[in-house]
Design a protein around this ligand. Sequence first.
Ligand code: KG4
Ligand code: ZN
Length: 411
Amino acid sequence: MHANSRTGLILGIESSCDETAAAVVRAGSAALSNVVASQISLHANYGGVVPELASREHLRNIVPVVREAMARAGVGFDDLDAVAVTEGPGLAGALLVGITYAKALAWGIGKPLIGVNHLEGHIHAVLMEARQDLKEAMELPLLALVVSGGHTHLYLATQDRDLATQKRDLARRSDEGAWSYRNVGRTVDDAAGEAYDKVAKLLGLGYPGGPWMDALAVRGNPRAVPFHFGQIKPRVHCEGISMPNKKAPVTSGGPTFDFSFSGIKTAVLRYVETHAMRESVEARRKALAAMGGAKPGIEAVAGLCDAQTLDLIASFQYAVVGNLLRQTFAAAEAFGARGVVVSGGVAANSELRRRFQAEADRRGLPVAFPSLALSTDNAAMIAAAAWPKFVAGDFASEELAATPQLRLGQA
Ligand code: KG4
Ligand code: ZN
């Protein structure tokens, strides 16, 4: 092993969706730099991520973004101990840009390459900061909710802390053993962030809709429209793939911690149609389009929303956050989790943070969220997740490929 490995400097690279990101992180806990080039304004014109455009933008941005991350960290390529890159899940063409670049770089500078699952990265965004704030590791196992535009997953996460003890000569902290995950819940259709974005779109709001809905929800009555989430049918296992069993009665198969968000999206659409809101939606869409791509302030957007729209937004958010909260804490209780972590773009939601914190306090369970900058996609989380793999010598081969449907842990 390289003499320099005690410093544990890892360059992380992330390009799974619409952010090109690079970061240098020391020993999985201190981010020396964290650079994100967002493509949001490009995709906003289309109301969602266009895969072909995303790949082109990654290709354009990857070199300057990595250079910037290295410069801000004040380190050179020789100082690095490893290069880590997101191998999936994500858009194939987008992942390929980061992986190809990372492979070439690692090969060129003679450093190991580490493949990281994007979802594991989201979990480590929280762990990395919690380690700094709490001064010691959270008790295990943890129940992790990863909730974003592409994912809504619940994992039971634990770590082999014995391995860390054996490797103490390499590891300076006591919490660097390999992590393992069990997937105990997932969405059977839309992700929560996707539901936010689709509902925002059908209400004539800009993309991505989550932050707008969050900011507008506080102005409406969350109890105005009662939305309900039905029970999800248990999954069947078919050739190794687990999928919802549409024919099974909901009572069989024990508790499920799965989610479904397509129903509430349809319910909002029906509400808009049955309450003659179409005209006001169109007026709002036109007024925002007339701003010619300039990002409006929240007062301007709120001024385009009548009380009925604000109540609908507040009620949608109240129901979605309530559903995420119930499933997460029910799973935490069922699996005896000692703490809860929430991450991914939707973890930036203010109501979600407030209600999760209140519920965790009520139950006497610690809960942790990433800072807002690390809630959405970034590369610091990829470099942080790579650290225990680096300590364990878990390196990728030259054949590392993009895996768009990559899963995390056992179901
Ligand atoms: O983690 P992320 O950057 O990308 C994915 O991996 O999907 O998450 C983006 C998603 C979008 O759906 C966006 O609308 C949602 O996170 N989001 C929010 C908020 N901020 C971002 N949803 C609700 N409230 C927010 N404050
Ligand atoms: Zn993500």
